[in-house]
Design a binder for this molecule. Structure first.
Ligand SMILES: Cc1ncc(COP(=O)(O)O)c(C=O)c1O
Length: 377
């Protein structure tokens, strides 16, 4: 039987060599490699600044704090996301308020955002689900009309566009993940894009206990006493992770093209199969194809997932809606039925393997297996 993992990364000799040279150098923590990666990522996005941190969750927490949220302030986000999205709002001292998704794409529905706005709303945290950006034009208009900030959760969407604008351009901040299964990875890692120099400096302080300078800045001169004028966290990326990401980012476009090809093959082969539905890709979107998901008939998802896994194929669920997690139910009183589109997708979705190292044979095997299991499970 074949064994097809859910994900295989693309760390190659270049990454290993670059990390090795960092390990042979003096500075392991935040320094030249981090600065190099931040500049490279900013150029990739066509934005002036990025700040590298240890995860996307940390990135979102710091962006929300830099945007000025405080206790009691509400931030509107989607229930159909990884728990880190809503947790980052709690970590920043705010309160998440959920708005249901568009059933066709799984992305947050702008009209549901509008309906969720209240006196305490300060910002919107849209998630570009699976690699397809939300309708950012509509969301920007809503934000401007109500004086709200936007932090984009771009964990799935490094290479995505909406109406030919790259991710991060409509929002005030965009947050990226370099977690182990992301399009480019350093095992763990994250970054924030930001348009304003003062905000960039603030984010650099917030990621390191409020200190304006990194250890490398401090120790390459004679030691100076430093001051702290803002409370901060300990989320600075180190040179080791940044070295991996510098090499990974060089390959990002090539890897995206490979994922798009696989996504299109899956769509063609599975799009018209009875018992399988796939999400709509909007014509305004450049979908970077981070995940490929199918929706199966209600009540059959777990049996179908089991059948696919028994034939050696790794699968995942993106996502179980977060408002149904015990902690969120208990703390916020959420109940089933409150966000029907997110709940329906969450109960019917299966994510299939999609990564450049999949061979043609493996893709054929996934397609044939999924069709067979859906017909017989
Ligand atoms: C949509 C989404 N947002 C946020 C995150 C959190 O990213 P990280 O693990 O880098 O904190 C993830 C991670 O998997 C994600 O899928």
């Amino acid at each position: 039987m074949k064994k097809i993992e859910f994900y295989r990364h693309n760390i190659e000799e270049e990454e290993i060599e670059r990390v090795t040279s960092v390990l042979r150098s003096l500075f392991l923590t935040t320094g030249n490699e981090v600065a190099e990666f931040e500049g490279q990522l900013a150029r990739f996005l066509g934005l002036p600044y990025t700040v590298a941190v240890t995860s996307c969750t940390a990135a979102m927490q710091l962006a929300l704090i830099a945007a000025g949220i405080g206790p009691g302030d509400e931030v509107i986000t989607t229930p159909l996301t990884f728990i880190g999205t809503a947790n980052s709002i709690l970590m920043a001292g705010g309160t998440p308020v959920l708005a249901d998704v568009d059933r066709a794409t799984g992305n947050i529905d702008p009209s549901a955002i509008e309906a969720a706005i209240g006196d305490r709303t300060r910002g919107i945290l849209p998630v570009h689900l699976y690699g397809q950006m939300c309708d950012m034009e509509a969301i920007r208009k809503i934000a401007d009309r109500h004086g709200l900030f936007i932090v984009e959760d771009a964990a799935h969407a490094l290479e995505s566009e909406w109406k030919e604008s790259k991710v991060g351009h409509y929002g005030d901040y965009a947050c990226f993940s370099f977690y182990a299964t992301k399009n480019i990875t350093s095992g763990e890692g994250g970054a924030i894009s930001v348009k304003d120099e003062q905000q960039c400096l603030l984010l650099k302080k917030l990621r390191l206990h409020g200190m304006g300078e990194s250890a490398v800045d401090r120790y390459t001169r004679h030691f100076d006493q430093y001051d702290i004028d803002v409370f901060g966290w300990k989320y600075n990326m180190d040179n080791i992770h940044a070295a991996i990401l510098v090499e990974q980012l060089k390959k990002a476009e090539r890897l995206t093209e490979a994922r798009i090809r696989i996504f299109n093959r899956y769509s063609e082969a599975l799009g018209n199969v009875e018992g399988i539905e796939i999400h709509v890709t909007r014509p305004e979107a450049r979908h970077c194809c981070h995940l490929f998901t199918i929706l199966v008939d209600p009540g059959r998802r777990d049996a179908i997932m089991e059948g696919i896994q028994k034939r050696g194929i790794g699968v995942s669920v993106n996502f179980y809606p977060l408002h149904l997690m015990s902690y969120y139910r208990q703390r916020f009183g959420y109940r089933p039925g409150m966000f029907p589109a997110a709940e329906e997708i969450g109960s019917r979705t299966i994510s299939l393997p999609i990564y450049p190292k999949l061979t043609d044979d493996e893709i054929d095997y996934v397609i044939a297996t999924v069709k067979d299991v859906v017909a017989t499970a």
